[in-house]
Ligand binder design. Structure first.
Ligand code: PHE
Length: 519
């Protein structure tokens, strides 16, 4: 590259700060908020879950979100190059994160495809009376945990559509694609979903549902698993330690109020999560009321079963069922798409930067390869089980490891934390004190490492969901092994000067800003 400065100047940027904020909210608010949070909260102590949840948000979630922002903004590159600019050998951390994006992206897309089908099914309530048999047998055609090659057409078709849309958005790029879509769809999502929640709380029985969700079980606080659930919920939900927030802030301009934007994003995400909890449990209260049962007797209160078995049953009982069904599954599709876009743009921009590809080529490679793997793995009869296993390992082991490595690297190995802190302070109105370094350097990694060890021990000794050992070996540990090997392998090809050895992070802060920053 003849003129690195020109190339840096040509980097894509958001057109306005609100574009960045909405895109970051779009990434954060996703399936995790709608189908993960309510059930996790319910099973992990109900109202008492607020304690580990807030602890995770304040001691790890927001501080690590700021760390992501600082790395991306200061080093103006997506994860692999950003880490390389901090220390040459750290590039692999960026690839490990990029690998996680890829792994999560291929299955996340499948859930969006299901939601698209169910959006269509809402119109004639095609799931019928027995929503469980419909979902598992008629729709997904779930078989045993095996490596199946039988493609299920109902799933494959919407999945192909998902990947074509992703391809189109990636080709349009950051400002014309990602930003525009989020500017339009995130406000729509908030309005539509709020309507849905208001309808839900006015249903008979809703208050029983809310009581079930919010009544605290304080004994849960002494259970380590509850804390693990809170931390992994926060990581997944805020999309942190995946390199996405590094990428998104690398597309920011020089002057950008980073920390204040971060607080807005975190607040919006948690609000949406609580809103979803209220909506989902009001609806469950209504279902219990209809069936004259207690909430605790209902089954399928988390994950795919909640959205695709329990919810259709609720919807069928509601007056105006088709409308509310379409609104619910439409919200899932929109929330999911804006997150999936962030997952894949993280992958394609890393490839683009490393191999000097044009945007269209990087987009085609990313969407093509991920699309084929996604369709091959998740539209078969063993798709649901593969998805569950990969999700468990990528989130509870992969992301938590990534967060530990990243914080320890930034604070202790590269000793970059104070510089990053001053960088954020120089550009932002909400200033970080030394407490931030203590949180990301000590509190977060210690907590996370304890949880990780505990999780690994429990998986080794108890297995997972009773799936066969060989299956966990391939899809669970295999995923982790693949991530490690992939991360190492991707550091091997050279950068051909594209990593600009003489790169100056941002131009040095001017004196005025420096004074600000040390205050
Ligand atoms: N935060 C998204 C959700 O809540 C999922 C996601 C995870 C998106 C990681 C990007 C990166 O569903």
């Amino acid at each position: 590259m003849a003129n690195p400065d020109a190339a840096a100047a040509n980097r894509e940027t958001w057109t306005r700060n609100s574009g960045f904020i909405l895109a970051a909210i779009g990434s954060a608010v996703g399936l995790g908020n709608i189908w993960r949070f309510p059930g996790v909260a319910y099973e992990s102590g109900g109202g008492a879950f607020i304690v580990p949840y807030l602890a995770a948000l304040l001691t790890a979630g927001i501080p690590i979100l700021f760390l992501d922002y600082a790395i991306g903004h200061r080093y103006r590159a997506v994860a692999p190059l950003a880490f390389r600019r901090i220390r040459r050998h750290a590039e692999a951390i960026g690839w490990f994160q990029t690998g996680l994006l890829f792994v999560i992206g291929v299955y996340y897309a499948a859930v969006i495809a299901w939601a698209m089908s169910y959006f269509v099914y809402s119109f004639d309530l095609r799931w019928g009376e027995d929503t469980q048999t419909f979902f598992l047998s008629d729709y997904l055609q779930v078989g045993d945990p095996e490596i199946s090659t039988t493609i299920v057409g109902n799933v494959a078709l919407p999945l192909v559509i998902v990947w074509l849309v992703i391809l189109a958005v990636l080709c349009l790029g950051v400002a014309r694609g990602v930003e525009k879509i989020n500017m339009v769809f995130i406000p729509l999502l908030f309005i539509g979903f709020t309507g849905l929640v208001i309808r839900a709380i006015t249903l008979p029985g809703a208050s029983d549902g809310l009581n079930a969700l919010f009544s605290p079980d304080w004994s849960a606080l002494s259970d380590l698993d509850v804390w693990i659930a809170a931390y992994s919920q926060i990581f997944f939900s805020l999309s942190i330690a995946f390199g996405i927030m590094i990428a998104y802030s690398s597309f920011q301009r020089r002057k950008a109020n980073m920390t204040s934007s971060g607080l807005v994003v975190a607040f919006a995400n948690s609000s949406f999560e609580i809103l979803a909890g209220i909506g989902v449990f009001s609806a469950l209260g209504f279902l219990a009321y209809q069936q004259q049962a207690a909430i605790s007797e209902l089954e399928g209160l988390t994950g795919p079963i909640l959205s695709f078995v329990t919810f259709p049953a609720v919807i069928s009982e509601m007056p105006g069922a088709s409308f509310w069904g379409a609104l619910f599954f439409g919200s899932l599709v929109v929330a999911g798409f804006t997150s999936l876009i962030s997952l894949l743009i993280g992958v394609s921009s890393s490839l683009q930067e490393k191999f000097g590809l044009s945007r269209v080529v990087a987009s085609a490679v990313t969407a093509g390869v991920s699309g084929i793997i996604s369709i091959g793995l998740f539209s078969t009869t063993s798709g649901l089980i593969a998805l569950d296993t990969v999700d468990q390992f990528a989130n509870n082991i992969g992301v938590v490891s990534s967060a530990i490595i990243m914080t320890v690297f930034a604070v202790w190995l590269a000793r970059d934390a104070d510089l990053l802190r001053r960088h954020l302070n120089a550009v932002s109105t909400f200033h970080l004190g030394k407490w931030w370094v203590a949180l990301i350097g000590v509190v977060a990694p210690v907590f996370l490492a304890t949880m990780l060890v505990q999780k690994i021990i429990s998986i080794i000794s108890d297995g997972y969901e009773g799936y066969p050992q060989w299956y966990i070996g391939i899809f669970g540990w295999g995923t982790i092994a693949l991530l490690l090997i992939g991360a190492a392998a991707l550091t091997l090809p050279g950068w051909n000067g594209r990593d600009y050895p003489g790169f100056q992070a941002w131009p040095p802060l001017d004196t005025e800003q420096k004074k600000e920053a040390v205050r």
